[in-house]
Design a protein around this ligand. Structure first.
Ligand code: 3HC
Length: 692
């Protein structure tokens, strides 16, 4: 068995080091070895007068080992027993922390008598983000230390605290800078010398005033419903309140039962799936990145200084990478400059950046009219608007301008990356980097591998994605790649439902109640009706639309009417500032279209029908994408939808959701829809791999 907890001594200080890479998760083996050390020190303390508990590597401990949640029991030794052992040691125990101190890591620290940390440490109980609650004492010890309101806020939100704040709030006894390990040792010696009894949180009273109780009850009422992603939050909140109601041991036992219940919910399974899928998506099957010489990226060029290109430029500047933003139009560049200042100044106002940091990022982006300025860039991303001819010309030019080792990328959301690669004359260097708007905020990056993209080019971009804080998933080349290709069926049914008489607000509400961050009509209004319509028109131009005359006529008509969405004040809704208001005029537009296309309007459309008709085509397309090898894994598809399209994390993404519903069920429902609605245009065809 490998050694994951080490014990050494330095004078009177016994030092226990957790050494379970990468994040020192509290696995069964960690607990076994830690227990053995604690038992042995307790039996024979010899000259030891204080214990220091620390972590090797980048963190103290970022939590329990989430993989153990797949078991239907907690493998012994029980973390609560370990914490009890720590608390009752005959010598004081000091948690000396750095990096991430999360979940079970913070719970272990709360069982120590003192807590000190490096100034860069982050503390939190993020369990609710995995659909569980702190299951080894967090809900019982934290309110005893910080009081109920603050403990409740931290536990229910899952948010992290930086060390300085943790010190101010009393979570830490001391905070140290660079020579923190030496200072932590000195701290240990100082508490050993005190000879006083050492603080044990489990022995403190948990006092909840009536005023706090009333305030917290109001906040709990505002949490998402239990079946809408709020189950774990509500259970966690209940356990926190119970700290005031029961003695410590009972509170601990009730917390444990609640933890075990949470662990088995679909919500928790979905969130755990999302956690691991996101990390798995970064891996390219069959590619051993250790054997590849990745290209170095220290300067990036972006062509096109519109909203998208400017957002992309800021994504790199945020990570300290120099950017050249090029556009042929001086006015566009001027607007980009203003947008960059506006965004960074906003961050200063909101105290997210200091003035100096903002200036550094602004200065990292240089603007130019000349594409020759891109010659020394390591990566050049084309981000002009979606016109194939212009993009082809740019790639031809890039073949001439870019240095031989440069990677060339297109931010196209739907066009054929292989064609662009051929235009450049160096297809091995070319791939797609599909950012989502606003690019400096949205975390998803669809990386499109062309037929000839070199492995090291793909691997370089996946590693760069992590560097700039993006969640990347790889897609093969096809119309719309993973995300927009699946979006197509979702929007198709949205528009048919509008023609059949459902209002934009009704459709949006149905899908928002399902959990989508934003319904489809509000989403298109925000992204731009013109942008959405142009995708359909480009397909039409390329002869890729089927024979259905009624296909996506709604978005095309709104575009013709100049209802371009939020930016024009009119779209699927009418806008009062940013507020979407229902607009009877738009219903008349849909009514007229329905008449024109011989579609009967109905009054019996239900929210369930909206959800099924919009989601099943999307899911079916996901199965086709897997069948064709466009995505490597179902989890990658989920990552795209979770991070790019606001699919509810507590449903795990469309492919995971299909599993929870049951593939057979979806298959049967699609066949029923085909029978009831007719299937002239093959809209309800079931992909071969779905439900077999
Ligand atoms: N259990 C198991 N594996 C974990 C893990 C955990 N708690 N946390 C991270 N890992 C793994 C990741 O899967 C990844 O593995 P891989 O290299 O094989 O893909 C590896 O550690 C590195 O993780 P990241 O890629 O996420 O590394 P980062 O440096 O980007 O982030 C982190 C580090 C902030 C610690 C991030 O990993 C994280 O947020 N982890 C989860 C923290 C968490 O939720 N803790 C609470 C767990 S639940 C709990 O403690 C229950 C208790 O109350 C009983």
């Amino acid at each position: 068995m490998s050694v994951v907890v080490r014990y050494t001594e330095q004078g009177a200080v016994g030092i226990i080091t957790l050494d379970n890479p990468p994040i020192n998760a509290s696995s069964q083996t960690v607990r076994e070895q830690l227990k053995a050390i604690l038992d042995s020190v307790r039996a024979q303390p010899q000259g030891i007068r204080v214990l220091m508990l620390q972590g090797a590597g980048g963190s103290f401990m970022a939590g329990a080992d989430i993989r153990e949640f797949e078991l239907d029991f907690i493998p012994l030794p029980d973390p609560n027993d370990i914490h009890g052992l720590l608390e009752s040691m005959p010598v004081p125990v000091v948690a000396a922390m750095h990096g991430h101190v999360l979940g079970g890591g913070l719970e272990m620290a709360l069982a120590c008598h003192y807590r000190v940390a490096h100034s860069g440490t982050q503390f939190g109980l993020p369990e609710v983000k995995l659909g569980v609650l702190p299951g080894s004492g967090g809900t019982q010890r934290l309110p005893r230390l910080l009081g109920f309101p603050l403990a409740m806020e931290l536990i229910v939100s899952g948010k992290s605290l930086p060390a300085a704040q943790a010190l101010k709030l009393g979570l830490l006894d001391a905070e140290f800078d660079d020579d923190w390990q030496e200072q932590a040792l000195e701290f240990c010696i100082s508490v050993a010398d005190k000879n006083a009894s050492h603080p044990m949180l489990s022995r403190l009273p948990a006092v909840l005033s009536d005023k706090d109780k009333a305030g917290l009850s109001e906040k709990i009422d505002e949490l998402p419903a239990a079946d809408q992603g709020g189950y774990a939050m509500r259970e966690a909140a209940r356990c926190v309140l119970e700290a005031a109601q029961y003695d410590f041991a009972t509170g601990l036992a009730r917390e444990r039962l609640a933890f075990l219940r949470c662990k088995e919910t679909n919500e928790s399974k979905a969130l755990r799936h999302a956690f691991f899928a996101q990390r798995e998506a970064a891996r390219i099957p069959g590619l051993n990145t250790a054997n590849l010489a990745l290209r170095s990226i220290s300067k990036v060029g972006v062509i096109g200084a519109g909203t998208m290109g400017t957002g992309i430029a800021m994504s790199f500047a945020n990570a300290g990478i120099a950017v050249v933003l090029q556009d042929l139009n001086a006015q566009t560049l001027e607007r980009a400059q203003q947008q960059i200042h506006h965004v960074y100044q906003g961050s200063v106002t909101k105290q997210r950046l200091t003035q100096a940091q903002a200036l550094q990022r602004i200065n990292a982006i240089s603007l130019t009219l000349e594409d020759t300025q891109l010659a020394d860039c390591d990566l050049i991303i084309e981000a002009v608007f979606e016109n194939f001819d212009i993009k082809k010309a740019i790639f031809k030019r890039l073949g001439e301008v870019a240095k031989p080792t440069a990677i060339l990328a297109s931010n196209t959301s739907s066009l054929d990356v292989n064609v662009l690669a051929e235009c450049s004359g160096r297809p091995a260097d070319v791939l797609g980097m599909h950012f989502f708007s606003p690019a400096h905020i949205m975390r998803l990056l669809e990386v499109v591998r062309g037929d000839h993209t070199a492995p090291e080019v793909l691997a370089t971009i996946m590693s760069l994605a992590k560097r700039i804080g993006k969640v990347a998933a790889v897609s093969g080349v096809c119309f719309g790649f993973i995300g927009n290709r699946m979006l197509e069926g979702y929007l198709r049914e949205t528009e048919f439902l509008l023609l059949e008489g459902a209002t934009p607000a009704f459709i949006d509400k149905a899908l928002e109640n399902f959990g989508m961050a934003m319904g489809p009509c509000r989403m298109i209004d925000m992204a731009g009706v013109d942008v959405a319509a142009k995708v359909v028109l480009e397909q039409k131009k390329a002869g890729q639309l089927g024979a259905d005359e009624a296909y996506r006529v709604a978005v095309q008509r709104l575009f013709e009417l100049g209802r371009h969405g939020q930016k024009s004040g009119l779209g699927y809704y009418r806008y009062e500032g940013r507020n979407a208001v229902e607009d009877p005029a738009v219903l008349e537009v849909f009514k007229a279209l329905a008449k024109q296309h011989d579609i009967a309007q109905r009054k019996d459309i239900t929210a369930d029908e909206v959800v099924q008709r919009c989601l099943y085509p999307l899911i079916a397309e996901g199965y086709r994408i897997l069948e064709e090898g466009i995505a490597y894994r179902a989890g990658d598809i989920d990552v795209v939808w979770l991070h790019g399209y606001g699919f509810p994390a507590y449903r795990g993404g469309p492919m995971f959701y299909a599993q929870t519903l049951g593939e057979q069920h979806i298959r049967a429902q699609m066949l029923e829809l085909a029978a009831s609605r007719g299937n002239r245009f093959a809209y309800w065809d079931v992909p071969p791999s779905l439900g077999v």
